[in-house]
Design a protein around this ligand. Sequence first.
Ligand code: NAD
Ligand code: SF4
Length: 426
Amino acid sequence: MADPITPVLTKRWLSPNSWQIGTYEALEGYTAVRKALAGTPEQLVQVVKDSGLRGRGGAGFPAGIKWSFMPPNFDKPHYLVINADEGEPGTCKDIPLMMADPHSLIEGCIIASYAMRSNHCFIYVRGEALHCIRRLNAAVREAEAAGYLGENILGSGFDLKITVHAGAGAYICGEETALLDSLEGRRGQPRLKPPFPAAAGLYAAPTTVNNVETIASAPFIVNGGSSWFREMGREKSPGPKIYSISGHVEKPGQYECPLGTTLRELLDMAGGMKDGIPLKFWTPGGSSTPMFTAEHLDVPLDFEGAAEAGSMLGTTAVQVFNETVSVPWAVMKWTQFYEHESCGKCTPCREGTYWLAQILERMVEGHGTEEDIDTLLDVCDNILGRSFCALGDGAVSPIQSGIKYFRDEFLALCEANKRELVGAQA
Ligand code: NAD
Ligand code: SF4
């Protein structure tokens, strides 16, 4: 059982006018930036490294190590880019964070920019979240007026400008290099890696792309220290995490817990299964992570625990489905999403997601055959590991895991079709 924690990232969310600078400052806001600017960038990178903070966008790459990849020279400007394009199905943590506590992200941006010697930070927000873009812009103006942004911040000699940039609603622009293309004003498509953004990112200059929740954690680490941060969560996955729970639960929403919390514990907090109808399947971190079943209620939801049990932590978007939901139908809906969002750059994903969606639609409409199940798995094998970016791999997760745990349901659809065909011939 994971120990409950005193809220960290969400601690101000329920305060009146939590998004305003006055509330933020009254609740310890902008105290970490003073400490940070009094030290050296190297000290900051070390504190974040020591904390063990791992990227909260889904991949879990150690944040301090990523920061340390930024080169020491200044032939070109350095950039910090915040990935606020939260688009993974079921994921709803970054937008609530930016709505409730935008200054924690801004303070994190100042700290991270100072650590990486960047004087310009971009926050790339998904275009549909207009309300969030407005709130962030208002918070940036408040921070500028208070002297936390602009030139010579708090007399430190450090300058920083923050630009809030609206995306245009493409899922692929959450992939960091497609995001950079989009930010440069081009069609968002993934770039070949390496070079990683620290070597050649925005405008081919050294860039670090970090998720909202990752950067919003920085002020707490600076104030609390790396040992305090490590007291929460698990050894290789320390710290608090915002789990977004949706679907058939009594109280869907965001729950901040230590990394390693199980679905059983999350369900307790979320009031249990809606109307008491039993759990059938769930995703630990969005639809790109292989689904789990009721057998996995006690899997610790941290980077290692989810992987050891055969899935991934991903974005901690816990989508819960009860017994009334057809797995082939849900898998079809997710696959239609990936087909629609495939950027078309590489053949396995562009063609494969098209065929996967066609086959699943045929099966769900009652015209599938048993061979279709093998064809689905075959197409998945030809996408997995053969696509240009993680979207292709993510697209096959629901299909492979759906067939692994619920093959009988796919078969039943085909059997029903077979009976109808035999009946028609008789
Ligand atoms: P990745 O593992 O390729 O990279 C993660 C980060 O680490 C990147 O910033 C990358 O530049 C850096 N990195 C990795 N190896 C490096 C190296 N050798 N040198 C320097 N930097 C290195 O993963 P990814 O493709 O960026 O992201 C995949 C994840 O995104 C999935 O796990 C999925 O859960 C998540 N995702 C999130 C959303 C969302 O809405 N938040 C949407 C879709 C997918
Ligand atoms: Fe585009 Fe899909 Fe290829 Fe990624 S895997 S580059 S989204 S076509």
